[in-house]
Design a protein around this ligand. Structure first.
Ligand code: F6R
Length: 604
C-alpha cells in the first residue's frame, strides 16, 4: 500500500527519495511523486506507473546537488484512478503533503473548503486534507497550529508528511492508525512509513504516537506532544539490515522467501521449546473457553488451518473469522474468550480495528505478528512474534508457513496445559515439529517438478483447489496464492462441497489441484477426485509419500516427504506456493509485485 519517505539534510535529496521509494515498492503501488524545496518554493513531480517513470519525469533533477529537502510517495489508488493527477503530493503553493490512509469525511471537507473558495484538481481524499491544512496555515501562518486545527476535523486514517513554503528545508509529520517513523542520520534526518525505506542509511528510528507532531530539518528531529510542547525523542534500533531486502542470488523474492522456510520455521520452533515442550507465556489462555481467530487473507487461512489442529489437540473450540466481517458484526464475546489476531505486517486496518473492538468488548487478546513493534503487536495484550524476517514479495509465503508453525506449537501447548495431552504425547508432537524443516527443505528441492507441472496449466481459465479438513484450509490458501500471482481465476473448495454447486464448472480439461495429506480422509477425497475426473477434470494430487494412490486417479502426483500427518500441511504448503510461483513466471508476470495488490493493507 502507499509509502512515504522524507529527507532533509546536507546531501542531494532525490537519490535518497528515489531509492527509498524503490525499497517501498514491495508494499504495492501504482503511481509515485515527490515534492521538494527549490529555494523556498515547493515544486512537485509526479507520474503514473512504476518508479522508473518518476525517474524519467525527474530527469536532471535526480542529480541536482542543490535540492536537499523533499518528500516522496508511492500511491496505491483508493479514491480516483492511478494517474499522475491523482498521485501525491497534493496541496497548494504554500502547503504540500503526502498521505497514507483514507480521509473518510473528504466529501464534507471539500464542501467546507469550496465554501472558502478552494477548488480541487484531483479525485483524491488527500487533496481535501492538504487544502484544509493550507486553509488554517493561511489564517495563523503557523504550521503546528494549522496541523492541529486540521487534524481536529479529519476523520479516518493517516500518516502525513507536509512541506510549508514559509519553512524551507523543514518537514512536518503526524499520523493516526497508519505508521510513521522519524529516523536520524549524520547527513540529515528522515521520515518513513516503513523502516525499509531508510535501512540503507540508518537503523535508528522513533515511532510517532497518534497525538504527536514531529518536525525535522537537516540537524534536528523535534517531537511535539498533544499540547505542542516538545517530548523526549528516544530512538529504537531496527534489528534487520539492508541484506534482508536483497534477493541474494534468487531470481525473485518470492522464491527466495519460500527457500527460507526451513530456516525460519526451525528458528521459530526452537525459540519456544524448553525441556522438549513449547513454552509460551500462557497466562492468557488460563480458563479460555473459546478462541476466536481473526485475520485477513493468507493470515486468515493460517487461522483456518490452525483451528483444526488446536481443536484436535486441546479440545478448545476455535472460531475463525475475517477481520473485515468481525469488526462490523457486533461479535458476542464471552468473558473467557480469547481473540487471536494473526498478521504478517501487524498494520492491516481491519485486523487492527478487530483488535480494538475485541479489547473494547473486554476480551483478552493475543497478536501473532511478524513485524516487531507494529500496531497489532503494540496494542494486543500479548504477542507472539513469528520471526519470519522481512517478507518482500507481495504474495505471502514464509510468513504463512511460520504462522502455521506457531499455531501448531500453540495447539500442543494448549493440549498439554489442558491435560488433554500427556507429557510424552506433547513431547512426541514437538519432536515431529522439529523434523518439519528438513521435510520442507526436501520438498523445496523438488521445485523443478512443480515448475514442470505449472507449465502444463498455463492456458487455464480457472483452477480449482480442493481438500478436506486441514487440506481444505490449505486449498483456500493455495487458490489465493495462485490467483494473486497468475491472474488465473481460482477457487478453494472443501472437497465434500464440490458436488453442491461448483461441480457444474468442471468440464473437459479443467484443472483440479487436490491436497490430501490427512490420511484418515484420503478415501473420501479419492471419491471426490473420481467425481471430477468423471467430468473430464485434469487432476494434480498432493499427498503423503507412502500413500497408496489408486491407479489413474491423477495426471500428476506431488508426494510430500514423510512427516507427522497432523502437521503435513506445513510441508504441502511448499508445492502450493511453488506452483503459484512458477505459473506466474511461465506467464511472464511480475511475480513479486502482482497488479493491484498491496503488501500491507492499511485501509479498509
Ligand atoms: C496474500 C497476502 C494477503 C495478506 C493480508 C493480511 O499473499 O499477503 O492476503 O495475508 O493482506 O495481511 P497481514 O498478514 O499483514 O495482516
Amino acid at each position: 500500500m502507499c509509502g512515504i519517505i522524507g529527507y532533509s539534510g546536507i546531501c542531494s535529496v532525490m537519490p535518497k527519495i528515489v531509492n527509498g521509494l524503490s525499497a517501498l515498492e514491495y508494499r504495492g503501488y501504482d503511481s509515485a511523486g515527490v515534492a521538494f524545496f527549490e529555494g523556498d518554493r515547493i515544486r512537485t513531480v509526479k507520474s503514473a506507473g512504476r518508479i522508473e517513470n518518476l525517474k524519467a519525469a525527474l530527469g536532471d533533477l535526480c542529480e541536482n546537488e542543490n535540492i536537499k529537502c523533499g518528500i516522496g510517495h508511492t500511491r496505491w489508488a483508493t479514491h480516483g484512478e492511478p494517474s499522475s493527477r491523482n498521485s501525491h503530493p497534493h496541496g497548494t503553493e504554500r502547503v504540500m503533503i503526502v498521505h497514507n490512509g483514507i480521509i473518510e469525511n473528504f466529501v464534507e471537507l471539500k464542501a467546507f473548503l469550496a465554501d472558502k473558495g478552494y477548488s480541487f484538481e484531483s479525485e483524491t481524499d488527500t487533496e481535501a486534507a492538504a487544502k484544509l491544512i493550507d486553509f488554517f496555515y493561511g489564517e495563523s501562518k503557523n504550521a503546528v497550529d494549522a496541523i492541529q486545527r486540521a487534524r481536529a476535523m479529519l476523520r479516518g486514517s493517516y500518516a502525513v508528511c507536509a512541506l510549508f513554503s514559509g519553512e524551507p528545508n523543514r518537514i512536518y509529520g503526524f499520523r493516526k492508525d497508519n505508521p510513521l517513523l522519524a529516523a536520524p542520520h549524520e547527513d540529515g534526518n528522515f521520515f518513513a512509513s516503513d523502516i525499509s525505506a531508510v535501512l540503507a542509511h540508518t537503523r535508528r528510528f522513533r515511532r510517532l504516537e497518534e497525538n504527536e507532531i514531529a518536525v525535522l530539518d537537516s540537524k534536528n528531529i523535534t517531537v511535539l506532544g498533544a499540547d505542542g510542547c516538545s517530548v523526549e525523542c528516544v530512538f529504537e534500533t531496527e534489528s534487520r539490515t539492508q541484506d534482508s531486502l536483497e534477493k541474494c542470488g534468487f531470481e525473485h523474492f518470492m522464491l527466495k522467501e519460500i527457500a527460507e522456510e526451513p530456516r525460519v520455521i526451525n528458528q521459530t520452533i526452537k525459540s519456544v521449546i524448553k525441556d522438549g515442550l513449547p513454552c509460551f507465556d500462557q497466562g492468557l489462555f488460563v480458563g479460555a473457553e473459546k478462541i476466536h481467530i481473526v485475520a485477513c487473507g493468507t493470515a486468515m487461512h493460517a487461522g483456518m488451518l490452525g483451528k483444526y489442529v488446536i481443536e484436535r489437540l486441546s479440545g478448545i473450540p476455535v472460531f475463525v473469522e475475517l477481520a473485515s466481517e468481525f469488526r462490523y458484526r457486533n461479535p458476542i464475546l464471552g468473558k473467557g474468550d480469547i481473540v487471536v489476531l494473526i498478521s504478517q505486517s501487524g498494520e492491516t486496518a481491519d485486523t487492527l480495528a478487530a483488535l480494538r473492538l475485541a479489547k473494547a468488548e473486554g476480551a483478552r487478546t493475543l497478536g501473532i505478528v511478524n513485524v516487531v513493534g507494529s500496531a497489532v503487536a503494540r496494542e494486543a495484550d500479548n504477542v507472539i512474534y513469528t520471526n519470519a524476517g522481512t517478507e518482500v514479495a507481495v504474495a505471502s509465503t514464509k510468513a504463512y508457513s511460520v504462522q502455521l508453525a506457531v499455531l501448531f506449537l500453540l495447539a500442543v501447548d494448549l493440549g498439554h496445559k489442558s491435560g488433554k495431552l500427556e507429557d510424552s504425547a506433547a513431547k512426541a508432537y514437538v519432536e515431529a515439529l522439529l523434523k518439519i524443516p528438513d521435510a520442507v527443505e526436501k520438498m523445496f528441492a523438488k521445485k523443478d517438478d512443480c515448475s514442470a507441472i505449472a507449465q502444463k496449466y498455463t492456458n487455464s481459465k480457472s483452477i480449482f483447489f480442493m481438500g478436506r479438513g486441514v487440506d481444505y484450509a490449505l486449498s483456500m490458501e493455495a487458490a489465493l496464492k495462485m490467483k494473486e500471482v497468475s491472474y488465473i481465476h481460482c477457487e478453494g473448495i472443501a472437497a465434500g462441497e464440490m458436488k453442491h454447486g461448483t461441480i457444474s464448472l468442471i468440464s473437459e480439461g479443467v484443472p483440479v489441484f487436490v491436497f490430501a495429506t490427512d490420511n484418515r480422509l484420503f478415501e473420501k477425497t479419492v471419491s471426490n477426485i473420481k467425481e471430477v475426473r468423471a467430468r473430464g477434470a485434469r487432476v494434480v494430487l498432493v499427498c503423503n509419500e507412502k500413500m497408496d494412490v489408486p491407479e489413474g486417479i491423477a495426471d500428476d502426483i506431488i508426494r510430500i516427504p514423510e512427516t507427522e500427518e497432523l502437521f503435513a500441511t506445513l510441508v504441502a504448503a511448499v508445492p502450493a506456493q511453488l506452483l503459484a510461483y512458477y505459473m506466474s513466471c511461465h506467464l511472464g508476470l511480475d511475480v513479486d509485485k502482482p497488479r493491484n495488490l498491496a503488501k500491507s493493507v492499511t485501509v479498509e
